[in-house]
Design a protein around this ligand. Structure first.
Ligand code: NAP
Length: 495
């Protein structure tokens, strides 16, 4: 996590391969706009979009202006800031597969007073099969210097071997410390605040272990279906698309030991240890501890929606929902289940981490009325970032004791006057500053694949159609049974 204040950034050339694509338009360019608005981009910073489209700078500036207008909140739009941003925008037409196109990039990048020491960010907002050719071209052009950074997006492979191939290809040109593998969940304020809450305070850490924690739930629940990504999604599925990266990263932040200080390798070393401590999944574990589902037709937020097969245009065995019971086999967490679940077309859009504490060892209020709940810390990642601590309190009044669950509520929107930045804003700034703490290291990505692979293998051997769940529900009933078997239940209430 960046612990530096938000000062003006060093000047850089920010090159977006795939500058006309969805990711660039929805996330990267609006993120850079917000930093422009904060006055963080120095005058000589340039934003260079690359695609095959034969656009000149003026054409591309029109695309950037439209992207900013569409994807930045109206209250944040300032025509003067848009103009300042557009002044630094250029477009280059190049095809990753045609070396003869690339001299224009070389000429532009060398057009600096000190090109060898200039900071350059190469953002690969393109399909992963282009990572290798783009890195090869950059190497051939001689535009990779020690001050360059390379940014990659998921999917980083579809299994361990393909992930290694990608990492080998980019690793031939860039040193590991120059490579930034984005997991945008790690850019969320509430995720960073989880580390601060745990390690900048004393009250939680003594309780943060198997003695006091009963179990942990991590849920990423989406209301959207696969829409126009059906083709890509069907080759991936929920386990590869969400669990291998986002959910395991969240698990790592919950379970990791305190690092000696918050720095790039100290944090990532601790996360790696958690991944290495995950109990390996044998065939029988996969059968018992994982659930796969795919959405059928139903109603989401009052609207009739189609099934996965309708969206894909054919039948398929790919899962759009997964629930897994994981265990971290170390001193701190022995015997504490970590339940992970994620799915599309569910009834409610929310991402939460629930740390559920054990019941008090002794009932102290004989004859009391009302209900008690186990203490629970809820970390809300979306839609409203914040945190709640659920307690049991006495209802005011004379006579006997009546108990009722209450919560201490920290909502970011109401507690802080500061605007809550989008994850990409924070992460793009960290790339420019050269701070990789919130990015995944190669060994983490590969350790995550190592844990996930036996699940994929077993599912593939079984070759079963996932259970259908109604769109708008909480997922397949088997996911509820997974916890009921342990005498527990998913936290479904609006936190
Ligand atoms: P997209 O909308 O299809 O855009 C792809 C971009 O790549 C376009 O700008 C395209 O430009 C360019 N491109 C394609 N072939 C090229 C070639 N041979 N040489 C140079 N440029 C080429 O894809 P996207 O949704 O932005 O996703 C980009 C990457 O980010 C993918 O790996 C995706 O999985 C990942 N990702 C995306 C999101 C998201 O929210 N969209 C989220 C997470 C990860 P031209 O066709 O004009 O050349």
């Amino acid at each position: 996590m960046s612990t530096e204040p938000d000062l003006v950034l060093p000047a850089c050339d920010f090159v977006i391969f795939g500058g006309t694509g969805d990711l660039a338009r929805r996330k990267l360019l609006p993120g850079l706009y917000q930093r422009e608005r904060e006055g963080q981009l120095p005058a000589t910073t340039r934003i260079i979009g690359a695609s095959r489209q034969g656009l000149d700078d003026a054409d591309y500036r029109a695309i950037v202006a439209e992207a900013v207008e569409q994807h930045v909140a109206a209250d944040d739009l300032d025509p003067a800031v848009v103009r300042r941003l557009l002044d630094r925008v250029h477009h280059l037409t190049l095809d990753a597969d045609r070396p003869e196109d690339w001299h224009t990039l070389h000429a532009l990048l060398k057009d600096r007073s000190d090109p060898e020491h200039a900071i350059r960010v190469y953002y690969l907002a393109v399909a992963p099969q282009l990572f290798d050719p783009i890195c090869t071209r950059l190497d051939e052009l001689g535009v990779v210097t020690p001050t360059c950074r390379l940014v990659m997006e998921k999917p980083l492979g579809h299994d361990l071997e393909s992930s290694r191939r990608i990492n080998d290809a980019v690793g031939r040109v860039f040193e590991e410390q120059q490579i930034y593998r984005i997991d945008h969940y790690l850019g969320k304020e509430s995720v960073q605040n989880l580390l601060v809450t745990r390690f900048a305070n004393t009250f939680l850490e003594p309780l943060w272990n198997s003695r006091w924690v009963d179990h942990v739930q991590i849920t990423v629940s989406e209301t959207l279906g696969v829409a126009d990504r059906a083709g890509y999604y069907d080759r991936s599925g929920a386990l590869r698309d969400m669990v291998q990266n986002h959910l395991l990263q969240l698990l790592c932040l919950v379970a990791m030991e305190p690092p000696t200080y918050v720095g790039p390798d100290t944090v990532r070393d601790e996360k790696l240890k958690v991944l290495q401590a995950l109990k390996p999944m044998q065939r029988e574990d996969v059968d018992r501890d994982t659930v796969r589902g795919r959405y059928g037709r139903g109603h989401v937020e009052g609207e009739a929606v189609t099934s996965y097969a309708d969206d894909l245009g054919r039948d398929s065995t790919t899962e759009t929902f997964v629930a897994v019971r994981a265990e971290v086999q170390n001193w701190r967490w022995a015997g504490v289940p970590f339940y992970l679940r994620t799915g599309k077309r569910l009834g409610r859009r929310h991402s939460t981490i629930e740390v559920v504490f054990k019941e008090p060892p002794h009932a102290m209020f004989p004859g009391s009325q009302g209900t008690t709940v186990p203490n629970r810390l809820t970390i809300c990642l979306q839609p409203d970032e914040g945190m709640q601590l659920h307690l049991t309190a006495k209802v005011p009044g004379p006579g006997g004791i009546r108990l009722r669950p209450v919560s201490l509520d920290l909502s970011y929107a109401t507690t802080f006057r500061e605007r809550c930045p989008e994850p990409y804003e924070r992460l793009l700034m960290d790339v420019i500053r050269g701070n990789p703490t919130l990015f995944m290291r190669r060994d983490e990505v590969e350790a995550a694949w190592q844990w996930v692979e036996p699940i994929l293998r077993r599912w593939s051997d079984r070759d079963e159609v996932p259970t259908t769940y109604a769109a708008g529900s909480t997922g397949p009933v088997e996911a509820a049974i997974l916890l009921a078997r342990d005498g527990r239940a998913w936290q479904e209430s609006v936190a």
